[in-house]
Write a protein that binds this ligand. Structure first.
Ligand SMILES: [Zn+2]
Length: 126
């Protein structure tokens, strides 16, 4: 493969990454967990000595915001939406990593182009 073709292939891959970034939709960092809780009220089903039944499920999304671990509860009717946003955020990170894997050798000022880079060997993980 000649250099011009190689550069064209890289540019096409970056163009696909950019398009996918634009189409991502809403994002939320972190991960979702499901919990069952014990309230502690005397006589409550969650304290039943024979067959305790905890309250829940409660859904919680945990993430790091400005360097601090944060979490918040997610109402059951929002779980599907939040899951989609979490998946979008993971995809965003992968797309950024994929884009960052390409060298910016097409700069005219770059005196040391990395034309040894082989875009066909790089595949974007789904
Ligand atoms: Zn209870």
């Amino acid at each position: 493969m000649n250099d011009t073709l190689r550069i064209q292939k890289i540019e096409q891959k970056i163009a696909r990454i950019k398009k996918e970034l634009l189409d991502l939709g809403l994002l939320h960092p972190g991960s979702l967990s499901r919990q069952y809780n014990v309230c502690g009220k005397i006589g409550c089903r969650c304290k039943d000595p024979i067959k305790p039944r905890r309250h829940g499920p409660y859904y919680k999304v945990s993430y790091v915001h400005l360097g601090h671990a944060t979490s918040r509860f997610v109402p059951p009717e929002k779980v599907r939406e939040v899951r989609a946003q979490l998946a979008n955020h993971k995809r965003l990170r992968k797309l950024i990593d994929a884009w960052g894997a390409y060298p910016s050798f097409w700069s005219k000022k770059n005196a040391n182009p990395r034309l040894d880079f082989q875009p066909e060997r790089f595949t974007l993980q789904q």
